[in-house]
Write a protein that binds this ligand. Structure first.
Ligand code: MN
Length: 245
């Protein structure tokens, strides 16, 4: 029997964006990587925005993404524990990933104890100071009445609206000053460190792979993305490094 020891973290695949052909090319590249890590992976943390837009209706799911869903189901059938955090682009999962892919889904930040290390994981949207307009929008997105109204809107209208919103949020992010994009999440992490010992803070969302030392025992890790960087983090024993594929 193979001994699985490694823990992998990746985020922000944004499948579906910017168009069908480019997304499919990325999806295949990501599936190749998943096949490779399936050799030694014990756990896989998917830290949000796997899909540029995902909304699960009661009886229907969005078209496409067959390869990645199949691959994740295959990995979980191999016994690899897969943990998925909803990002701001794929907030609306309501049990399908758990049932069909064997994935554990978290909607809020979580602390895990892995290999003796305390690891804080979150997608990273809406955390830290500022960004009030987004925090308001997120409340609407998570409101069960709004979700119900969206669910009963015909999908050809609902999905068109959602794709428009998802594109406009990306354009806004592109205009976001590139300087200090990590500052709010670093500040947020340091605040938590005042009351709690955490070894690694792991976030996605910013599409900029980075490891920053917060103090002598704690590090801030941003996973980057699988759109431009194809970056991911690997925890082997007690040390964590960023890699690319
Ligand atoms: Mn995001």
């Amino acid at each position: 029997m193979k001994i699985r020891t490694k823990i992998y973290f990746a985020s922000d695949f944004h499948l579906g964006s910017p168009n069908y052909d480019e997304s499919l090319k990325r999806e295949k590249r990501i599936c190749n990587w998943l096949t490779q890590i399936s050799q030694d992976a014990k756990e896989l943390y998917l830290v949000g925005d796997l899909f540029d837009f995902w909304f699960e209706y009661d009886k229907v799911i969005p078209k496409g993404f067959e390869r990645i869903k199949g691959k994740l189901a295959e990995l979980s059938d191999l016994g690899i524990k897969i943990i998925f955090f909803n990002g701001n682009h794929d907030l609306w999962t309501f049990g399908y990933f758990e049932k069909e892919l064997g994935v554990k889904v978290y909607k809020k930040p979580q602390v895990f104890k892995i290999n003796n290390k305390l690891i804080y994981v979150a997608h990273g949207d809406g955390l830290g100071r500022g960004n009030f307009s987004y925090k308001m929008i997120k409340k609407i997105y998570l409101n069960t009445l709004c979700q119900f109204l969206f669910a009963i809107t015909p999908s050809y209208i609902g999905i068109s609206i959602a794709k428009y919103l998802s594109n406009s949020s990306r354009k806004k992010n592109l205009n976001y000053p590139k300087k200090n994009i990590h500052a709010p999440l670093i500040e947020y992490s340091k605040k938590i460190l005042k009351n709690k010992k955490i070894d690694y803070f792991i976030f996605g969302h910013l599409h900029d792979p980075k490891i920053i030392e917060l103090n002598q025992y704690s590090k801030y890790v941003n996973l980057g993305d699988c759109v431009k960087h194809f970056s991911y983090a690997e925890l082997d024993g007690e040390s964590l490094i960023l890699k690319n594929f």
